[in-house]
Design a protein around this ligand. Structure first.
Ligand code: SAM
Length: 330
């Protein structure tokens, strides 16, 4: 079965947020630890519920699943969940997006459980700056986690950096240089106007992708043309002599909605068909009312039909998404 939306896009990718808790507090992503309201335990899908929904999603046509959060690796027994999901017949790829802090311990067990790849978020290679952005002095653990992921075969390890003016834009070259020694993929991402990158802040911090690209000497700009045919949102290129590659993701400057293949499932059981739309469909209630697998499969199919043609955020940050990324699942 294939899931095709009303604009003929094939939807085969589901991102599942498994918690809204995080052990970091990135300024642009979540409110300060002290001011956060967490979902209550009963509101959050259990692992068994996630597995039932994932199975229905795969029966509906999903072939790739990525776990995210909050920070997915701080949820207890996450390896057991990965093992359950990796065993779903028809699932081709299970991946994770993480801040990397727990990867040193978990990379190998995750790989053994069936996880194929990880994306690690890393906004600075400078210890104090990392602490300022994330609220925690844990850069060394993240770097150790990245090495552990590569050693465990969770490859290619993708490193995701949100570039912000006056915060870390002077590190673009240093981060790109990580691709020389190791076959890492480093991806630069435009800041998006979520709740905690408020409109005023956002205007000051956001750097259009074209400006980011031009900070890296040696980039073949023709390769990162937003209009070249390329699956997925990243436009890729490699620096001469590098082992890994560099990607650029520009949800604001380049609308890539035309090739969007994603659905999201939030930790509290809502399907979100567009990262930036505040419309959500409650599949948890249906599941907890005892719905049969067939009904859940049909629910995924109807969520796909509700997927908007493109997001409605404007580049100046107006119309920003109401939930922060930590609460939706980035
Ligand atoms: N804790 C995990 C991590 O750090 O990767 C997964 C969740 S986090 C919400 C996923 C990604 O969302 C991170 O790479 C983070 O940088 C990104 N993100 C959060 N808020 C963002 C924003 N306003 N603009 C762009 N990216 C954002």
């Amino acid at each position: 079965m294939a899931l095709v939306d009303s604009f003929q896009r094939k939807i085969d990718y589901l991102r599942i947020s498994i918690t809204d808790h995080c052990n970091l507090n990135c300024t642009y992503c979540s409110p300060p630890f002290s001011g956060r309201r967490y979902l209550e335990r009963r509101e959050i899908l259990s692992y068994e519920e996630i597995a039932v929904l994932a199975e229905a999603a795969v029966a509906a046509g999903i072939t790739k699943i990525r776990l995210t959060g909050g920070e997915p690796l701080i949820r207890k027994d996450v390896v057991a969940l990965c093992r359950m999901l990796a065993a779903i017949d028809g699932l081709e790829s299970l991946a994770l997006t993480t801040n990397g802090i727990r990867l040193k311990t978990l990379a190998k067990p995750l790989a053994m459980a069936g996880v194929k790849r990880v994306n690690v978020s890393l906004d600075s290679l400078q210890r104090q700056r990392f602490a300022r952005i994330t609220g925690r002095d844990r850069l060394a653990e993240v770097l150790a986690g990245i090495s552990a992921a590569a050693a465990a075969g969770l490859a290619p390890v993708k490193i995701n950096t949100v570039v912000m003016r006056g915060v870390n834009d002077d590190e673009v070259v240093d981060l790109a240089a990580l691709t020389f020694d190791k076959p890492y993929h480093v991806r630069f991402i435009e800041l998006m106007p979520f709740q905690h990158a408020g409109v005023g802040e956002y205007g000051r911090l956001h750097i259009p992708i074209g400006e980011i690209i031009h900070k890296i000497p040696g980039i073949d700009t023709a390769r990162v043309d937003p209009f070249i045919d390329n699956p997925g949102p990243a436009r890729l290129c490699a620096l001469p002599g590098a082992r890994g590659n560099i990607g650029f993701i520009a949800p604001m400057s380049w609308h890539f909605c035309g090739s969007c293949s994603r659905l999201r499932l939030t930790a509290d059981g809502k399907i979100r068909s567009c990262l930036f739309s505040n419309d959500e469909m409650d599949i948890k209630t249906l599941l907890r009312q005892g719905a049969a697998k067939k009904e859940l499969v049909e629910f995924f199919a109807s969520a796909v039909q509700n997927k908007p043609r493109r997001h409605q955020l404007s580049e100046n940050g107006h119309g920003k998404a109401e939930r922060g990324m930590y609460a939706i699942g980035g």
